[in-house]
Design a protein around this ligand. Structure first.
Ligand SMILES: [Cu+2]
Length: 380
C-alpha cells in the first residue's frame, strides 16, 4: 500500500464504535512535487468523524439482537474525538427506559474540535468517516474545495462545496484559506435521520480564540439550521460527485491499475434481513455469519482446510474477481450499507436497482469495461 488517507478500526463486538484512528501515509515529496498544482498544499488537517453513545454496549447489542431490531443512533457525532456539548439528550425507545444507562454523562461536554489555519494558504483536509452507522454531508461555510483523493487513490480534481461520506470512506480536499479571518463551522450532517451533527471550528489565526457565549449561540443556531435544513435523501441526488470521481490516470499511481478485461471468478453476495423467532438477523447468501472457534489466520498457519462454503471463497493470487452485491429490500425498504475490503481496492464497474441480470446487466458491465468508462477505484 502506498500513499493516502487510511484509518485503523476494531472489528470485535461493538469495539468498532470507539477504537479507530487515522493512518496517514505521506507522499514521496519528490514525486508529489511534479504533480499538477491542483494537488499542492502547504499543510494538512484531519477530520475524523465518529460517534459517541451514552449507553453501555450491552444495551446496544440487546437492541440489535432483541425482538425488535434497533440500531440506536449515536448520541453525539464527534470530530477528532470531540463534540460541541450541545447534543440533544439521548433518545429513549418506548419500553426501553431501563436499558439506557448513561455511562459518562459528561462526555457530551467534550471541548469543541478546533482546526487552526492561517490565511492565504492551501490546506489538505483529510475527512475520515469512522462511524459505525451514518452517512454524512459535510460543508465548510464560505469555502469551496477541490476533492483530490478517495480511499487512498488520487482522483481527477473535482470542485464542489459539499461532500457525502459513508462509513469507512476517506476523502482529501484542498481548501484555500482565502476568506475573512474569522471562525467557520465545518458541519457534518447525518443524512439518514435527524441524528446529531458533527461540528469542527475552523479558526483562522487572528480570529477570536476564546469560547464565549456568542459562539455557543452560534453553535446552537447552526445546529438548529442544520437539523431543519433540507438535505438530499434520494440516491439520485447523492450522486453529485461520484460519476466525476475517477482516478487520475496521468499521475502514475503505484496503487492504481487499469480495470482488467477478464474475470476469473464471480461471486454473489446477497444481503438480506430475516426474522427468526421474533429476532432479526442479517444473512449473506442465506447464511448467518458464525465466528470460527479458531481465527482464520490461525487456521491458515496450521494448514487447516478453511475453504468450507459459505463463509470462505477460495481465490488464487493474481486472479480477477467480480463481486456482485445485491442489497435486497428489507421489509420493502432500501437502506445504505457500505462495504469495505481490507488491503485491496476495486473498480466499481456498474450499479443499479433491482436484481442483477447476468445477460443485460452483465452486458452493460462488459461494455463499460470495454469502453473504459469512468469508474471509481476505491476500497469502501
Ligand atoms: Cu474493517
Amino acid at each position: 500500500m502506498d500513499q493516502g488517507t487510511f484509518f485503523y478500526h476494531a472489528h470485535t463486538g461493538m469495539d468498532i464504535v470507539w477504537i479507530s484512528g487515522p493512518l496517514i501515509i505521506q507522499d514521496d515529496p519528490e514525486v508529489y512535487g511534479t504533480w499538477p498544482s491542483a494537488y499542492h498544499y502547504d499543510e494538512d488537517r484531519i477530520f475524523l468523524i465518529n460517534g459517541l453513545y451514552q449507553r453501555d454496549f450491552d444495551s446496544i447489542v440487546k437492541s440489535l439482537t432483541g425482538p425488535v431490531f434497533r440500531y440506536p443512533r449515536v448520541d453525539s457525532v464527534t470530530m477528532n474525538g470531540k463534540s460541541h456539548g450541545l447534543d440533544p439528550p439521548p433518545p429513549v425507545f418506548p419500553g426501553e427506559e431501563n436499558d439506557t444507562v448513561p455511562i459518562q454523562p459528561n462526555l457530551t461536554k467534550l471541548p469543541l474540535d478546533v482546526t487552526a489555519v492561517r490565511t492565504k494558504r492551501r490546506y489538505r483536509f483529510r475527512f475520515i468517516n469512522a462511524i459505525s452507522d451514518g452517512t454524512f454531508n459535510c460543508k465548510i461555510p464560505g469555502h469551496k474545495f477541490t476533492v483530490i483523493e478517495m480511499d487512498g487513490i488520487y482522483s481527477e480534481p473535482v470542485e464542489t462545496d459539499n461532500l457525502v461520506i459513508s462509513p469507512g470512506q476517506r476523502y482529501s480536499l484542498i481548501v484555500a484559506t482565502d476568506q475573512v479571518e474569522a471562525n467557520y463551522f465545518v458541519t457534518c450532517k447525518h443524512l439518514e435521520n435527524e441524528g446529531p451533527t458533527g461540528l469542527s471550528l475552523m479558526r483562522y489565526a487572528g480570529a477570536p480564540a476564546q469560547r464565549n457565549s456568542s459562539e455557543l449561540e452560534q453553535v446552537n443556531r447552526i445546529l438548529n439550521v442544520t437539523l431543519t435544513e433540507e438535505v438530499p435523501s434520494k440516491p439520485a441526488e447523492l450522486d453529485w460527485i461520484l460519476d466525476r470521481l475517477t482516478p487520475n490516470q496521468a499521475l502514475n499511481q503505484t496503487d492504481f491499475y487499469q480495470v482488467p478485461d477478464r474475470v476469473d471468478q464471480e461471486f454473489y453476495l446477497d444481503v438480506e434481513e430475516v426474522r427468526i423467532e421474533q429476532r432479526n438477523f442479517y444473512l449473506i447468501n442465506g447464511h448467518l455469519f458464525k465466528q470460527p472457534n479458531t481465527s482464520y489466520h490461525e487456521q491458515l498457519s496450521q494448514a487447516m482446510n478453511i475453504t468450507d462454503p459459505p463463509q470462505v471463497f477460495e481465490i488464487l493470487q493474481g486472479e480477477v474477481i467480480q463481486i456482485i452485491f445485491q442489497n435486497q429490500r428489507l421489509f420493502s425498504v432500501c437502506f445504505g450499507h457500505p462495504w469495505h475490503l481490507h488491503g485491496h481496492s476495486f473498480h466499481v464497474v456498474g450499479s443499479g436497482p433491482d436484481k442483477y441480470d447476468p445477460v443485460t446487466d452483465g452486458g452493460t458491465i462488459k461494455e463499460n469495461v470495454r469502453l473504459r468508462r469512468n469508474m471509481q477505484f476505491r476500497d469502501t
